[in-house]
Write a protein that binds this ligand. Structure first.
Ligand SMILES: NC(=O)c1ccc[n+]([C@@H]2O[C@H](COP(=O)([O-])OP(=O)(O)OC[C@H]3O[C@@H](n4cnc5c(N)ncnc54)[C@H](OP(=O)(O)O)[C@@H]3O)[C@@H](O)[C@H]2O)c1
Length: 295
């Protein structure tokens, strides 16, 4: 089995498509999963990537359908598990919309990936601000995944990104880019329960590759350009883009969160040089403009 053949679940998503892009650039053959092969919003941007013609294979999976996952990971030396619902808006049936695909889906991917080598980038995160019990379930998911991996003797390494923004490859926006769009539109939400810093799409993709390739990398890797408060991000957007209706928020939106420049020390030690917040914002806003989400 070649270590240069890997699977990216959720390859069609905003982080997934950046990861597929960087893996193809590095000569990998990539099995990328999408939810619906017939939906061009999930496939076209991936097929247009350099190297895709010869080294990209697309697979349709449903996280709750184990057999669809085994077909995608077959022949792969590593699995990057990114597929998961990630929603900032209200969900009406958290069990069905978030927890089942995230928890059962992760167990399915871990089981199917047992045959593969390293499982990297298990970005275990289910986000929905207004669905009750999610923080508890998130912890449960992380704990259970570790226990499961240990029981089965799996080689799992985790990247935990903050709020991921920057230039979007896919035609659809993920939850964090929607958050940036809403800041520009004047939204006063403060996301106090889960904001802990921002990070560029490219750095999250690079972090996944770094932890996959460095066999010395173990455990969890916080992935943020700095630990910061949501108010810091909003103030910077207001400074850079005064022409938009950016809200004036207090800077201490997460009073308990200590600001730290080197919060992602494990990844910095592996050689990752994080793109600063100002550039993340500029790349994100310019991408929203060029794709017509904002004028
Ligand atoms: N964005 C952030 O700031 C952030 C921060 C921390 C962690 N994360 C985690 O990073 C991962 C990727 O997030 P993202 O921001 O790139 O979100 P995204 O653009 O919404 O991508 C999510 C991906 O998961 C796939 N997916 C969702 N439900 C699925 C299901 N039931 N079966 C199969 N595939 C399914 C989606 O397929 P479709 O395209 O077909 O819908 C998509 O490819 C998620 O695990 C998310 O929780 C994101």
């Amino acid at each position: 089995m070649s270590s240069k053949v890997v699977c990216v679940t959720g390859g069609s998503g905003c982080i997934g498509s950046w990861l597929v892009h960087l893996l193809l650039d590095r000569g990998y053959t990539v099995h990328a999963t999408v939810k619906d092969l017939k939906d061009e919003n999930e496939t076209k941007h991936l097929e247009a990537l350099e190297g895709a013609e010869t080294r990209l294979r697309l697979f349709q999976i449903d996280l709750l359908d184990y057999n669809s996952i085994t077909a995608a990971v077959k022949g792969c030396a590593g699995v990057f598990h990114l597929a998961s619902p990630c929603i900032v808006d209200r969900v009406y049936d958290p069990q069905k919309e978030l927890l089942d695909p995230a928890i059962k889906g992760t167990v399915n991917v871990l089981t199917a990936a047992k045959e593969a080598g390293r499982i990297a980038g298990l970005t275990l995160n289910i986000a929905s601000k207004r669905s009750y019990g999610i923080p508890y379930q998130k912890l449960w998911l992380r704990k259970r995944a570790w226990e499961f991996a240990k029981e089965k003797g799996l080689d799992v390494v985790v990247v935990n990104p903050g709020t991921v923004m920057g230039p979007v490859i896919s035609p659809r926006l993920n939850a964090s880019m929607l958050m940036l769009l809403r800041i520009l539109q004047g939204c006063t939400e403060t996301y106090e329960n889960f904001f802990m810093g921002s990070v560029h799409f490219k750095d999250v993709a690079l972090a996944h590759i770094l932890v996959y390739e460095n066999k010395s990398a173990t455990g969890r890797h916080l992935c943020v350009e700095a630990i910061s408060r949501y108010g810091d991000l909003v103030a910077k957007v207001a400074e850079l883009y005064p022409e938009y209706k950016v809200p004036r928020l207090p800077r201490d939106t997460q009073p308990g969160l200590l600001r730290a420049k080197d919060g992602s020390k494990k990844l910095i030690d592996l050689g990752l040089e994080f793109i600063p917040m100002e550039q993340i914002i500029r790349d994100g806003v310019e991408s929203l403009k060029s794709k017509g989400f904002i004028s």
